[in-house]
Write a protein of this length. Sequence first.
Length: 265
Amino acid sequence: MQVVERYPNGIFCWIDLATTDPEAAKAFYSGLFGWEGVDVPIPGGGVYTMLKIEGLNVAGLGTLDPGMQAQGIPPFWSSYIKHDDADGVMARVAAAGGTVIMPAMDVMDEGRMAMFQDPAGAIAGVWQPKNHIGAQLVNMPNTLVWNELQARDTDAARSFYSQAFGWTSATDENNYTVFNLDGRMHAGMMAIDDSWGDVPSNWAIYVMVSDLTDSLGKVQALGGNILVPATPAGAMGAFAVIQDPQGAVLTIMQFNGPVDPPPGY
């Protein structure tokens, strides 16, 4: 088991869930992935939960902002890109045509965080680590293995991430784009078309599982929904899109062979 100690700049390093019912969400993801929740008090009140495997951080969980709840925004997962200069990234985000939703701010002694929206409409975060480097375990069963931009304007998104983060990209014959940074394939992109309905542009997260059929059985037993049933992904394996009981959506995927080793060092 390789433990990540430091992420390169420009690579996704963390995911967290904003939910209406943290205790119920902890129970669901504990049953599905074996994640252990450890609550960390937040100055001023409330808690942020670190989700762990064998004591190592894999994801986070917190309460969905009441203002968002009042607007009818459902629970959602967020993805964060590591960078040692969050303020500089936000300047590049604005220059590249993105929108700064939350300027860089300190999160206790853990790090510095910012949020942005790309020109295609998807929202993501930037994490500048201090004490918290991000996920210590990735690219293994029951952890983050892939981040995928599902966009309504892939050309605008491709240009934006090239300017803001220095990503290069390659698009295959099936119109699937892979983003690269310093020779590493680290994220993907696919176009949203009319068949998707009103799904907004978003950064989807993929969690690796050992047995997709078994995991889908757990999703249903734990009160979740299967939005897209087990679907072949070419020679790579198979995936399914699930929804937790509170409404947050993520993708789970079983691979036919080994995946890339974790990034960082």
